[in-house]
Design a binder for this molecule. Structure first.
Ligand code: AMP
Length: 403
């Protein structure tokens, strides 16, 4: 069976088509600038070069129609008939407390999903738009929703309740939800497989270090704590997001600079993190380049970034009462030996010993980067959220689960 995976943002749709028997990606691409002038489709069939096309794309429905058309096109396509697409898997950012596992999209389920927009106003509306567009563009094909929050739903209450008046949880469901769940789930499972031990016997810390970043304590296969919280703003320092700060700073700045809610939100989500501290870029490659050129603000941003990851490694090892494996994943975690080296430096007391050469050679592939004698195994494992979505979609279809 072939499964189409969609990840819909406000003005973009990322897609991948998988052949599930072999788990091969047949084609992938992205539609960007939806609803704007100069919309573009970038499309890469697995066996031919990437093509870029411009088109007028008013909304997500037109975007999905274009995706289906290009998958069918004689020159760039990889299928002959629409009916070859057996299901569509959707990345949905927030499942709240309602959706604790992937599920088949039904009219009843969509009513529940719409109620969660309040919790994720920046993400869920676009995910919902994508589901509706897939219903229109591929009538009769089952849609499956896979949630970024679901892997974290077994966290204990003392990890997910905030030390605020408890009534806020009861009234508004204000609690830690956690995100990047698909990848934390995937890489912790892969770590067990690579190490030849069931994940159920391991204490693993998974560091998803991409433009957005989060870190999770996975004890016996269960996420017992994670750094992102009510929203993806909490936790680690990120490309443009601040992560953990004293919340009183926001109140102070709103008073001093008369910031509106919108402006405060923009400052914390878009103008902070690596770009805010360095004044250079949100991109770790550029930070590292400028650090090597001796730019002090880049070095400060790098040092803060890696120090904050290190603090969480210590905290989560303590939370689990030990550690067997530490996994680095996503753009920075997979590719930056400098970040991995800086994070693990000084953690020898915990049994973490990096092999310098192994670490330097690990780039975008699965590698154990710790020494053979290291008590804690350290791994770099590339993220593959799309394959997780496709695999979940297939499982749901086979089980017939509607949640
Ligand atoms: P993602 O959101 O997973 O695509 O990750 C994006 C982040 O990965 C950006 O900050 C990139 O600078 C970073 N990244 C990608 N390749 C490298 C690399 N070779 N060295 C350092 N950072 C990298």
């Amino acid at each position: 069976m072939k499964i189409l995976v969609l990840n819909c943002g406000s003005s973009s749709v990322k897609y991948q088509l998988f052949e599930m028997e072999t788990q091969a990606c047949l084609a992938k691409g992205m539609v960007s600038r939806i609803g704007m002038s100069g919309a573009v489709i970038q499309h890469k069939p697995h066996d031919r070069p990437e093509v870029t096309m411009s088109a007028e794309i008013l909304d997500h429905t037109v975007a999905i129609e274009n995706v289906v058309a290009i998958l069918l096109s004689p020159n760039h396509g990889v299928i002959k008939d629409k009916s070859e697409i057996g299901a569509v898997g959707h990345r949905v950012v927030h499942g709240g407390e309602r959706f604790t596992a992937s599920c088949l999209v039904t009219p009843e389920m969509m009513i529940e999903l719409r109620k969660l927009i309040e919790l994720a106003p920046l993400h869920n509306p676009h995910n919902i738009r994508g589901i509706n567009a897939a219903f229109n563009g591929l009538p009769g094909v089952p849609n499956i929703a896979v949630f970024d929050t679901a892997f974290h739903h077994k966290m204990p209450d003392y990890a997910y309740i905030y030390p605020l008046p408890y009534i806020l949880y009861k009234k508004y469901r204000i609690r830690r939800y956690g995100f990047h769940g698909m990848n934390h789930h995937f890489v912790s499972k892969r770590a067990g497989e690579i190490l030849g031990k069931p994940r159920e016997e391991l204490k693993i810390i998974t560091a998803h270090l991409g433009n957005g970043a989060s870190i999770t304590a996975v004890d016996k296969g269960i996420s017992v704590d994670t750094s992102m919280g009510f929203t993806p703003l909490e936790g680690l320092m990120m490309g443009t997001r601040c992560g953990d700060i004293d919340p009183a700073i926001i109140l102070h700045m709103m008073g001093r600079e008369e910031l509106s809610l919108h402006e405060a939100n923009t400052m914390l989500n878009k103008h902070s993190g690596l770009v805010g501290v360095s004044g250079i870029s949100s991109d770790m490659r550029e930070i590292q380049e400028e650090m090597d050129n001796g730019v002090k603000s880049a070095k400060l941003a790098f040092d803060m970034y890696t120090y904050r990851v290190k603090k969480y490694v210590g905290a989560y090892a303590a939370a689990m009462g030990g550690l067997d494996a530490l996994v680095f994943s996503a753009g920075i975690g997979e590719n930056s030996w400098q970040v991995r080296e800086a994070v693990t430096k000084g953690l020898e007391f915990m049994g973490i010993h990096i092999d310098v050469e192994r670490n330097k050679s690990a780039r975008g592939k699965e590698v154990v980067i710790s020494t053979d004698a290291s008590k804690v195994k350290v791994l770099a494992i590339p993220a593959n959220e799309e394959l997780v979505i496709a695999a979940d979609a297939l499982e749901i279809l086979q089980k017939g689960s509607t949640n």
